[in-house]
Design a protein around this ligand. Structure first.
Ligand code: C2E
Ligand code: MG
Ligand code: MG
Ligand code: MG
Length: 280
């Protein structure tokens, strides 16, 4: 039914707001229990090499199994950020991925590096890299098995701090990716001041493939990254034509619905080869 009067619209809007607020409150009241009951589940979105079939890595993306419904991070991460639970979520995910990688290795699968997303909050913990190294040592997992994704905007918020974080993670043997590259206002600063290992070209650039300005910016960004010694991963690749363009321009790894959606662990592990004798 169309709402015509201003009063009518307000009543309608009010109800929608109240519903949204109630939903937020419900989610918030269940967050603590979700951690305790281990309702957060890593999904694994594979990354592919230029041949389009070799799995070269994956990104761990959190899902919340809330009464059998899988909620995407957009539904609860903002809340976690507000009430200080985001570091707890990042720690939970890192631990879950370390555990999973260790299990896959024990089953004799050839594991690939899996990246986890790091929130702003996590970047300010002084001994983060040291704690990670200790965790890996205890699990008997080599540090190349997990990589860290940091968004460009989080990284440039405090460049001094980020420089230390990257140095410490590097010393501990971890690689660091700059995520959502090109969406912030300080893309150049993030490259000038910080020594990331891998640049993740944001989906918004991949979406521009086919228009001439977009094509030039991508070509330039890939060249720039390469000349700084980084490798380039494209995210949000949805079409063959985007894949072919990026591959032609020297992009190293590819992630997106064209290849695979984020997969549950049991589906992702089907993509891992059996480990060969003598391989690490
Ligand atoms: P992100 O790190 O940039 O991850 C990529 C997002 O794009 C994921 O959304 C993924 O499912 C989606 N995506 C991948 N390929 C395609 C494609 O071809 N087309 C389209 N339309 N989308 C694609 P998702 O899983 O909803 O995650 C959203 C964001 O939530 C992530 O963006 C990341 O910033 C954050 N996030 C996810 N897991 C965690 C976590 O454990 N900790 C933290 N701090 N943040 C997380
Ligand atoms: Mg990411
Ligand atoms: Mg990203
Ligand atoms: Mg993104």
């Amino acid at each position: 039914k169309m709402v015509r009067t201003r009063q009518g619209f307000c009543a309608f809007y009010d109800q929608a707001m109240r519903d949204a607020t109630r939903e937020l409150q419900q989610i918030e009241s269940r967050l603590d229990g979700a951690f305790l009951n281990r309702e957060f589940i890593p999904y694994y979105q594979p990354k592919f090499g230029p041949d389009g079939t070799t799995v070269t890595g994956a990104e761990a993306l959190v899902r919340w199994n809330c009464d059998g419904t899988l909620l995407p991070p957009g539904r609860f991460i903002p809340l976690c950020e507000q009430n200080g639970w985001i570091s707890r979520l990042d720690d939970y995910m890192l631990e879950a991925v370390v555990r999973q990688q260790t299990a896959w290795r024990k089953q004799g699968r050839a594991i690939v590096p899996v990246s986890v997303n790091l929130s702003r909050a996590r970047l300010y913990q002084k001994d983060y890299a040291i704690r990670c190294r200790e965790m890996f040592r205890q699990a008997g997992l080599p540090p190349w098995a997990v990589q860290f994704e940091v968004t460009e905007s989080a990284a440039v918020e405090n460049v001094e701090n980020m420089r230390d974080v990257i140095r410490q993670l590097h010393q501990a043997g971890f690689r660091v990716l700059v995520d959502d590259f090109g969406t912030g206002y300080s893309s150049m600063a993030s490259l000038k001041d910080l020594s990331f290992d891998i640049l993740k070209l944001d989906k918004s650039f991949v979406d521009e493939i086919g228009n001439s300005r977009g094509d030039k910016i991508i070509r330039f960004t890939i060249e720039l990254a390469k000349s700084l010694g980084m490798s380039v991963t494209a995210e949000g690749v949805e079409q063959e034509q985007q894949f072919l363009f990026l591959k032609e321009r020297g992009c190293d790894d590819f992630q997106g619905y064209y290849f695979a959606k984020p997969l549950a662990a049991q589906a992702f592990e089907q993509l891992l080869r059996p480990e060969k004798e003598g391989e690490q």
